[in-house]
Design a binder for this molecule. Structure first.
Ligand code: PAF
Length: 288
């Protein structure tokens, strides 16, 4: 596995790859867990070569404190990849490498028209987050020119943003969305879970249980206002958790729905705060 730290070396590596091979790309922010490994595995199954990036991208953090506390485990990540999923290359750039001359702001020059996708749901709670994601992913796509790029369904809105980025920039890249990997209690795997106390991490299994309950309620025709009051009452049973938002959206437009039509497909989305950590989860409701 080649470890690449500079843009120049990455370009060289890319240029030297044989033409006509497929290249899978898995972008990450490190602190790798089974969720990331499942993306890497899938990329390996579907491509001749695979490259993974590890970069904690400052422009997508709304709170400085969140950026500072984001786990960084370079050595452990390298060992994990070598042991479980040896890949062809690992790109580990520094902040200066990605954003030379302190260009840490999203500027008009690199701004990507996300058609409002960045201002709803997660974007409301995290202004600037998706502009930062689009900025860094577009930097990676330009350099790496992958055939397929792999993202987890957990970040459902991020997937919509990347789909839009690919369309906007006309990238010849196939977007592959991989299922959420969960801890044994149902908590969606996330690098942020490490910041939870073991009690909170254990208790957080209720979030997924709630999503399943909501799915059942939708399927049995219970109205959205009734579902919302059930969600609020379940949240009350977990006073150390604070609901940021709960919403059922059309899975294509990401617009909130107020009535369910079984011929459409939806996405249930939730975000909660616990111990200063924000957890998100999501569940898809396919059409009948
Ligand atoms: O999902 C993530 O880990 C990040 O948002 C990504 C896609 C690596 C961009 O920094």
């Amino acid at each position: 596995m080649k470890i690449i730290r500079t843009q120049k070396d990455l370009q060289l590596w890319r240029e030297n790859l044989p033409k006509n091979i497929s290249l899978g790309f898995v972008p990450t922010m490190g602190a790798l867990h089974r969720g990331h490994l499942s993306l890497i595995k899938r990329a390996q199954e579907e491509n001749d070569k695979v490259i993974v990036s590890i970069f904690v991208n400052p422009t997508q953090f709304t709170q400085k404190e969140d950026l500072e506390k984001y786990p960084r485990k370079e050595e452990q990540d390298i060992d994990l990849i070598k042991k479980y999923s040896p890949i062809d290359a690992l790109y580990l750039p520094s902040v200066d490498e990605v954003y030379p001359q302190d260009k840490l702001e999203t500027t008009d020059e690199n701004e990507i028209d996300l058609q409002g996708l960045d201002r709803i749901l997660e974007g409301k709670s995290r202004p600037g987050h998706f502009a930062g994601v689009a900025q860094v992913v577009s930097y990676f796509f330009d350099l790496i020119q992958p055939t397929c790029a792999y993202f987890g369904e957990k970040d459902f809105q991020q997937v919509a943003v990347i789909r839009r980025l690919i369309e906007y920039k006309n990238y010849p890249i196939q977007l592959r969305v991989c299922p959420i990997i969960r801890e044994t209690n149902g908590l969606a795997m996330s690098s942020r879970n490490e910041r939870l106390s073991s009690n909170a991490r254990q208790e957080a299994g209720w979030i997924y249980e709630l999503l399943i309950r909501v799915k059942e309620m939708i399927e049995s025709g219970i109205s959205i206002p009734e579902i919302h009051s059930e969600v609020l009452s379940v949240c009350k049973n977990h006073p150390t958790f604070t609901l940021d938002y709960f919403i059922i959206v059309d899975d294509k437009t990401l617009e909130e729905v107020h009535d369910i039509n079984i011929e459409n497909s939806y996405q249930i989305c939730i975000a909660v705060w616990v111990e200063n950590v924000r957890l998100i989860d999501t569940l898809h409701i396919p059409k009948k």
